[in-house]
Design a protein around this ligand. Structure first.
Ligand SMILES: NC(=O)c1ccc[n+]([C@@H]2O[C@H](COP(=O)([O-])OP(=O)(O)OC[C@H]3O[C@@H](n4cnc5c(N)ncnc54)[C@H](OP(=O)(O)O)[C@@H]3O)[C@@H](O)[C@H]2O)c1
Length: 221
């Protein structure tokens, strides 16, 4: 049994990863801003071999992340961190608002870095642990009308590749996952994707991630 902290665990890929790991009997720390959706996932996990704990937190707030991990470390032994929470706003650059750009940078980049920075000392102390960063094919190549989102995902890729090098002489494993479009609430309120139901099944993607968990660079085509 492993204890896995998943950010953005209330919906979409984070929720499906939580359920997939819980089915294996793992304990999941469900992190996100909306308690209701995290509690719904907690209820679903009760029907599996696994267990869970809800911890609401805005990962873009560095002090809140620090406090969360300080609190968790006294009650849980975290074995794995999955940096999954992320948001996207799409359209021509001149049409994106400052707020939308800031939110992507703050959540996708800073959120991932803050969470990792706080969990890393625990992993170093135990000389074990895994960090998995959910990126996107937007972290592999530039895309039209995705400028700021792609920039945020390239940043997470750079962060991940650098961390792999920084930790290569330790027992801590760091990995990156690059996938294309999935049918999740990510697309709600956006007309960027005409029919999200035609995108990949998020359950299927979660299953593949769990199966290929040990790959340092996982590209899901
Ligand atoms: N859907 C796709 O087509 C696709 C493709 C490639 C990669 N991805 C990536 O996959 C990851 C998961 O996305 P998804 O498709 O599953 O979308 P989603 O259903 O919208 O999930 C994103 C989750 O992140 C949480 N979140 C957002 N901001 C947060 C914050 N500041 N602090 C804590 N939690 C926050 C949200 O919950 P709260 O709002 O309650 O906080 C939500 O549960 C993202 O990194 C996304 O960029 C998605």
């Amino acid at each position: 049994m492993k204890t896995i902290l998943i950010t953005g665990a209330g919906t979409g890929l984070g929720k499906e990863l939580a359920l997939a790991y819980a089915k294996r009997g793992d304990r999941i720390i469900l992190v996100g801003r909306t308690k209701e959706s995290l509690n719904d996932v907690k209820d679903l996990i009760k029907r599996t071999k696994g267990s869970s704990l809800v911890a609401s937190c805005d990962i873009s707030d560095g002090q809140a992340v620090k406090k969360l991990i300080e609190r968790l470390v006294s009650i849980e032994k975290i074995d794995m961190l999955i940096n999954n929470a992320g948001i996207g706003y799409f359209g021509n650059l001149q049409d994106l608002s400052i707020e939308e750009i800031s939110q992507m940078i703050d959540t996708n980049i800073k959120g991932t870095i803050f969470m990792t920075k706080e969990v890393l000392p625990i992993f170093l102390e135990h000389q074990s642990g895994k960090i998995m960063n959910i990126i996107s094919t937007a972290g592999l190549r530039g895309k039209v009308r995705e400028t700021a989102y792609v920039a945020s995902k390239f940043a997470v890729r750079g962060f991940t590749e650098s961390l792999i090098k920084e930790l290569e002489h330790t027992s801590i494993k760091v990995s990156a996952v690059y996938m294309g479009g999935m049918n999740t609430p990510f697309w709600e309120g956006s007309d960027f994707i005409k029919d999200p139901s035609r995108l990949k099944s998020v359950k299927q993607v979660a299953k593949e991630i769990v199966e290929r968990e040990d790959e340092e660079q996982m590209i899901i085509s």
